[in-house]
Design a protein around this ligand. Structure first.
Ligand code: GDP
Ligand code: MN
Length: 405
């Protein structure tokens, strides 16, 4: 589960990580109020207005049909109002949102932390994530933080230092020092960074996160280290241990079809192809997507209806697949192990009748317990559904359908 920057920063603050302070606002009026408060607290006329969406690249991203960037420095209260009006309710397009962009519902009005002082403010990068290949957490750090970190990773990977942390042992003090040293820090800033990394790692572990990415981590002109951004991903499977964190979910940021699927206990992931598929079991679903590709089609989704597929789950699955306008054919591939094929076939027929006329060809492959009875039910239903027993046969029928698209 992804959360917003302002929520990620609240978590960090609880763990003693110094952050760029801010107040979240849902309207230009509230943003102005927030700005006045921050300006009074910081004794500065500048604040930054930051759109809150579940995607990065906001600083370079632009609002659809305007020149407004997703993160902007405001030099007066009037600026704050103008920028907030340009952002709230509008669609922001960044390199992470895709061309359709994401609607901005809230902005974070934050203190300006790039103030002048004894040294230049310096943007660094710090990320913690899970490295499954090493069964470790990995901390990545770079002196080249800011908005072009993807380019740094691609062109000058030597500028990213990595430190692997054995989760059973935890972060050792020498490792935090190695990161701070790798970032070229000295004196007060070095000490601050050691503290920063240590607190950040604790936040990452305690919240069962799979990613904490702070870009930029800023060394201010007076040598403080603070988190200016926070991109956090929490492990869905651990959310039951953290009801307070589960409450941070913002379903307006998620794909509506995926939300509907999860409320029906279906595992659905939307993809870009034209052949929808409904399968029981994640492994079989992956294999089915391969079959669709080998047949010349592109999978429109991953959908695992689980072990106990019945008319209700099949119907919910059908409805979700059909809401995707790209779907031009559907392949149902069910292995009757726990569930009997005749029961699934009855479910398919009932679901079909409940939904009404389904405008795309459907191929149903049933194998396992009572496969023959299942195929008979499909064939005799009088519906425009083709049955197949062997996977090869199903693949050929998909190929024939796809060839006609
Ligand atoms: P992202 O583009 O979605 O990653 O959003 P960030 O929160 O990282 O902000 C983007 C950029 O805005 C940063 O890299 C900074 O250059 C700039 N920025 C953020 N906070 C401030 C600030 O307080 N003052 C100024 N002048 N610039 C800021
Ligand atoms: Mn950032």
């Amino acid at each position: 589960m992804n959360i917003h920057e302002y929520q990620g920063k609240e978590i960090l603050k609880r763990y003693g990580v110094r952050i760029q302070e801010g107040i979240v606002a849902e309207s230009p009026d509230k943003a102005v109020e927030a700005a006045k408060q921050i300006m009074a607290q910081t004794n500065s006329k500048f604040v930054v207005v930051k759109s809150q969406i579940h995607a990065g690249g906001r600083g370079k991203g632009k609002v659809q049909g305007s020149e407004q960037r997703g993160v902007a420095l405001a030099k007066s209260v009037e600026d704050v109002r103008q920028i907030s009006e340009n952002l709230i309710g509008k669609v922001l397009v960044t390199h992470q949102t895709g061309p359709e962009g994401k609607k901005v519902n809230k902005v974070l009005v934050a203190q300006d932390v790039f103030y002048p002082g004894e040294s230049e403010p310096k943007e660094m990068y710090l990320g913690i994530l899970l490295d499954r290949s090493k069964a470790c957490n990995v901390i990545m750090a770079s002196t080249e933080g800011g908005m072009d970190i993807e380019e740094v990773a691609e062109k000058t990977p030597e500028k990213i230092v990595k430190e692997w942390i054995d989760p059973a042992v935890g972060l050792q003090a020498f490792q935090a020092r190695k990161i701070a040293f790798g970032l070229g820090l000295q004196g007060e800033a070095f000490k601050e960074m050691v503290k920063f990394v240590t607190s950040l790692y604790k936040a990452y572990v305690d919240t069962d996160a799979s990613m904490f990415e702070i870009n930029p981590v800023l060394k201010t002109s007076d040598n403080k280290i603070l988190a200016v951004d926070a991109k956090v991903n929490l492990d869905d499977n651990a959310l039951y241990r953290h009801p307070d964190l589960a409450n941070l979910r913002d379903i307006t940021e998620e794909d509506p079809l995926e939300v509907e699927a999860s409320s029906n206990d279906l595992n659905y992931v939307k993809l870009d192809g034209n052949v929808g598929c409904m399968v029981n079991g994640a492994g079989l679903a992956m294999a089915t997507m391969d079959i669709i590709k080998l047949s010349g089609g592109e999978p429109a989704n991953f959908l695992d209806v689980g072990g106990g597929a019945n008319a209700k789950t099949v119907e919910a699955g059908f409805r979700i697949i059909l809401k995707d306008p790209n779907v031009k054919a559907i392949l149902i591939n069910i292995f009757g192990g726990i569930v009997r094929c005749d029961r699934v076939a009855t479910g398919v027929v009932e679901a079909y009748k409940a939904i009404g006329d389904i405008p795309v060809p459907i191929i149903v492959r049933l194998q396992g317990t009572n496969a023959a009875e299942g195929a008979k039910i499909i064939d005799e239903s009088g519906l425009k559904v083709q049955s197949a027993v062997e996977l090869k046969e199903a693949a050929e029928k998909v190929r024939a359908v796809v060839a006609n698209l």
